[in-house]
Write a protein that binds this ligand. Structure first.
Ligand SMILES: Cc1cc2nc3c(=O)[nH]c(=O)nc-3n(C[C@H](O)[C@H](O)[C@H](O)COP(=O)(O)OP(=O)(O)OC[C@H]3O[C@@H](n4cnc5c(N)ncnc54)[C@H](O)[C@@H]3O)c2cc1C
Length: 239
């Protein structure tokens, strides 16, 4: 398992190894690729149709990031966040460490979940859904969409308060508040989150709930991408 990257490790990658891209420049994508591997860090040219097709609006799809980080685990997100927040001053291209976070890609306007010349962290591979043994809580990877949540819960005769259109991402909808068909009965989607697993800006992984990091727990109920990268949502579940 990969371990949390601290500032010194991130700096060492650049300063000691002197990572450079093919043009001889130091840049964030080269550093991320070295840390996470080519299977995680892609350039747009390697799969342009797939990247563009994963956005709901053309405005978002037409943006050109320098690379995508297709995170497969919370550790991948932690490493990426650590590098992106710590390495900034070591890149020779001022803006290339700026980043965006992509959940289900359904925001219509350009720049919400994609970034020109920067790094787009794509969470779509983190899409597991599981139910606790007492059936009270459903844990959802931040890259899942509502179709995968409902498909799984239907087989168990269970439900959560979630979005109304299956293809929308769990991440963006829940962090924005979230209106559900069940909202009249149970409130907003965010009201039904009992725990967030979050990667903080410097890469630390925490759980935010009523007892642990309660301020962050509150802030994430409508706080969108301003407080960290959520990697898992735990939802109240009902029959
Ligand atoms: C067809 C359609 C139907 C819709 N139906 C509903 C509905 O029923 N109810 C409702 O409330 N809204 C609805 N919406 C609005 C929708 O909730 C928002 O557009 C939402 O932002 C989409 O989330 P996403 O993850 O798909 O999008 P993205 O564009 O990927 O993400 C939205 C924002 O959240 C941030 N973000 C996403 N995941 C994370 C994460 N894990 N950690 C930190 N930041 C993150 C992104 O950086 C981005 O700024 C709908 C939109 C569309 C296009």
């Amino acid at each position: 398992m990969r371990h949390f990257f601290d500032f010194h490790v991130a700096v060492a990658l650049v300063a000691v190894l002197g990572l450079q891209n093919v043009h001889g420049e130091r840049n964030c994508c080269a550093i991320l690729s070295k840390a996470l591997g080519h299977e995680v860090v892609y350039t747009l040219s390697s799969n342009v149709t797939g990247f563009r097709g994963s956005y709901w609006s053309l405005q978002e799809a037409e943006i050109n990031p320098s690379c995508y980080v297709k995170a497969a685990s919370t550790d991948d997100v932690s490493i990426a966040a650590s590098i992106l927040s710590n390495i900034h001053g070591y890149s020779e291209q001022a803006n290339d460490c700026k980043f965006a976070i992509k959940g289900g890609g359904h925001t219509p306007w350009a720049g919400a979940a994609n970034i020109e010349g920067g790094v787009t962290i794509d969470l779509s591979a983190m899409n597991t859904v599981s139910v606790s043994s007492d059936r009270a809580t459903t844990s959802v990877g931040a890259g899942a969409n509502w179709f995968s949540v409902y498909s799984y819960l239907d087989t168990l005769n269970l439900a959560v308060v979630g979005g109304r259109v299956a293809t929308v991402g769990v991440g963006g909808l829940t962090l924005g508040g979230g209106i559900s068909f069940y909202s009249g009965r149970f409130g907003l989607v965010c009201d039904n989150v009992v725990n967030y697993e979050v990667v903080l800006p410097h890469g630390k992984i925490v759980n935010a709930n009523a007892n642990s990091h309660p301020d962050l727990f509150l802030a994430l109920k409508g706080g969108s991408n301003n407080f960290g990268i959520v990697t898992r949502f735990d939802f109240k579940t009902f029959a």
